[in-house]
Design a protein around this ligand. Structure first.
Ligand SMILES: Nc1ncnc2c1ncn2[C@@H]1O[C@H](COP(=O)(O)OP(=O)(O)OP(=O)(O)O)[C@@H](O)[C@H]1O
Length: 250
């Protein structure tokens, strides 16, 4: 199968610090991939490179067969890469509904610009409600985003990412701040999303990782330390030493 995303020798330094170092990575269409690793391992920097939020020092990024290394972030969004942080930084003074409407509008611009205004408005409303309902925050739609709990703001980001109808949805710690019940719902949602988009998930909660990931990539000190199915990663001694030993027992 042709990978949806490939990185070749991808590196990014900040001054003398090699945050991401020579990373060769492949993601197949339809999979849920978890990226794990200790704090400061380079996970967020890596996905920020993929979505175009920051530029690489060296290396290349190929999405769906095209070299996107030099494309600005908004053009990557158009190609179907949605990143929960970057596109969806929540506007605190807008309601949850309005925040999602911004994303839906963006997704509809190309598709429906020649439609009658009422039809566009109906499509916008449908798109917003669908994303809010799927993420379980429809009852908070009239609340100002800034007044939502931290966990619900994360779900709002997921809703905004989903509303873009992405081919690749990158979620950076989406379960942070969620209750146990909300985490369960999120696991169901992520499985559901994986039917329509490839999911790249940075996640510290190992129960979520083990429940969702088809494969796991472990970062350590800017490099890929290990990669494999959840069971392989769980039994990998180097991974246990670097990370799982503490996290899995927690
Ligand atoms: N803009 C920046 N300027 C300078 N250093 C940075 C910048 N962004 C990240 N770093 C450094 O790069 C390294 C990797 O950071 P990164 O946020 O990618 O790690 P992470 O694996 O996502 O960590 P966490 O799990 O804590 O979110 C860290 O040492 C961090 O301090």
């Amino acid at each position: 199968m042709t990978p949806l995303l490939t990185t070749k020798g991808l590196s990014r330094s900040f001054g003398g610090l090699h945050a991401v170092r020579d990373v060769d990575f492949q993601l197949l269409p339809g999979e849920i991939r978890a990226i794990i690793g200790p704090n400061g391992a380079g996970k967020t920097t890596f996905v920020s490179l993929v979505c175009g939020r920051i530029e690489p020092s060296t290396g290349a990024i190929v999405f769906d067969g095209d070299d996107i290394t030099n494309l600005p972030a908004h053009q990557r969004v158009r190609r179907g890469i949605a990143y929960t942080f970057q596109i969806t930084s929540v506007f605190a003074n807008l309601t949850a509904y309005e925040n999602v409407a911004l994303s839906v509008q963006r997704a509809l611009i190309d598709k429906h610009q020649d439609r009658a205004p009422q039809k566009r408005a109906a499509a916008l409303h449908r798109g917003v409600m669908e994303a809010l309902e799927r993420t379980g925050i429809a009852s908070h739609r009239a609340a100002l985003a800034g007044n939502l709990s931290y966990g619900h703001q994360r779900l709002l980001e997921v809703a905004m990412g989903l509303a873009l109808k992405p081919r690749l949805l990158i979620l950076d710690e989406p379960t942070q701040g969620l209750s146990d019940g909300e985490i369960e719902s999120f696991i169901g949602l992520a499985r559901d999303i994986s039917g329509e988009a490839t999911v790249l998930l940075i996640e510290h909660n190992m129960q979520v990782v083990m429940a969702l990931a088809d494969r796991i990539t472990v970062f350590n000190a800017g490099r890929i330390l290990a990669e494999g199915a959840p069971e392989e990663i769980r039994s990998n001694v180097a991974v246990q030493n670097a990370y799982l030993g503490t996290a899995a027992d927690a």
